[in-house]
Design a protein around this ligand. Structure first.
Ligand SMILES: Cc1cc2nc3c(=O)[nH]c(=O)nc-3n(C[C@H](O)[C@H](O)[C@H](O)COP(=O)(O)OP(=O)(O)OC[C@H]3O[C@@H](n4cnc5c(N)ncnc54)[C@H](O)[C@@H]3O)c2cc1C
Length: 353
């Protein structure tokens, strides 16, 4: 029998962020990961504290920038990888009214340090933006694919990773611990993303799921070194490669790239850029979105050793480190969770399940 403080199910952004908390606090743990969900592997990885559709702050946006981004920089140092690319976002303004709204927003307290007040007219003739751009600073991308691969590799070398599916039926809840196959642990933290739909303990929670797809293109004459945002994001990857995404589809729940999404992305891309390109890859995954657009964090209402860290939605990069720390402090020090992330807000659904 092996003994651990924690057993973690899932090594996407949520699992990585929780493992970081555990490693920092010298808690023992083992992770189960079966490759069944792809969200963190395909994400564009943008971090941006604002909502570019409405020119407002995102939920806890500026606060999460301070609390969450340092975790990725610590992982870069620890694993000797480069995953953080600091890039401004240039939001295409579509008309005069957009320009006026941008000027008003850039003056708002809390946003003024991110939104530049001057409207920018780039000189790049490959980009179609007659009304110019609003520029968002302190933004960028985390290479989430490289992050989860490097993190898994490191855990594997430390014998802390089981590359297999977690079998829910094998949980035996005892008074002082949980028995799972040949493992004993004090608590289990489920970080399964959309995979939680198969979890008999937490599937009652209103996680909806939203399929997203992304293309990688090669565009030798585009010459863009910021993130462009119009109907789609165009993110420079270097060597004339760009990520283009993403789609939002609340109906399909598989991770298979579709021709419909590809057409949709190409249609929006062609309205933004005027240069030749070719598509080199196409990926898909399901975002773990929640009805009230807030994370799902906390202790199972009936099983005190079972916890969930999920519901990162479309902003996993900024949210994961913050919710991982909140959950860790809740379990270890009984620090209350913020009510808007605590799964106790869905207690009625739990009692009916
Ligand atoms: C196309 C696309 C673009 C996106 N762009 C951005 C972006 O620009 N910025 C941003 O912040 N967010 C973005 N997101 C959202 C982001 O990807 C998610 O918020 C985040 O990755 C979710 O992380 P997670 O760990 O909760 O879930 P996941 O990444 O789905 O990880 C869950 C893990 O659990 C494993 N698992 C599940 N069940 C089991 C089981 N029974 N046994 C073992 N393992 C199991 C899965 O294999 C998976 O690895 C995007 C998502 C998509 C799809």
């Amino acid at each position: 029998m092996k003994h651990y403080d924690y057993l973690i199910v899932g090594l996407g952004l949520a699992g990585v962020a929780f493992c970081e908390q555990l490693q920092k606090s010298n808690r023992s743990f083992v992770v189960f990961e079966d490759g069944s969900q792809h969200s963190s592997k395909v994400a564009a990885g943008i971090y941006n504290p604002t909502v570019l559709k409405r020119f407002t702050a995102a939920w806890r946006g500026p606060e999460l920038m301070t609390k969450s981004i340092p975790m990725y920089r610590e992982i870069e140092d620890k694993l000797q990888i480069q995953i953080d690319s600091q890039l401004s976002i240039w939001r295409k303004l579509n008309n005069v009214s957009d320009q006026n709204n941008w000027l008003v927003a850039s003056d708002q307290p809390g946003l003024e340090s991110f939104l530049e007040s001057a409207i920018v007219h780039g000189s790049n003739t490959s980009v179609n933006a007659p009304f110019g751009f609003g520029v968002v600073n302190q933004t960028g991308t985390i290479d989430t694919h490289q992050l989860v691969l490097a993190y898994a590799y490191d855990l594997k070398n430390k014998n802390l990773l089981m590359e297999t599916s977690f079998v829910y039926e094998d949980i035996v809840q005892e008074e002082v611990c949980i028995k799972y196959q040949s493992i004993r642990c004090k608590q289990i933290v489920f970080c399964e993303g959309y995979g939680v739909k198969k979890n008999p303990f937490f599937k009652y929670l209103p996680l909806k799921g939203n399929k997203g797809e992304l293309l990688v293109i090669e565009a030798p004459n585009l010459n863009v070194d910021v993130i462009l945002k119009a109907g789609v994001f165009v993110i420079p990857l270097g060597d004339d490669y760009y990520k283009v995404g993403a789609t939002y589809n609340p109906v399909d729940k598989d991770s298979i790239p579709s021709s419909k999404a590809k057409e949709d992305l190409l249609d929006k891309l062609q309205k933004l850029i005027r240069t030749d390109f070719k598509v080199v890859s196409h990926v898909a995954g399901v975002r773990p979105t929640v009805v009230d657009r807030k994370p799902l964090v906390g202790q199972h209402p009936k099983h005190e050793r079972l916890f969930i860290l999920n519901g990162l939605g479309s902003r996993g990069v900024l949210i994961a480190p913050f919710v991982a720390q909140s959950l860790f402090e809740n379990i270890e020090n009984q620090t209350a969770l913020a009510p808007e992330i605590d799964i106790h807000r869905f207690l009625d659904a739990a009692l009916l399940s």
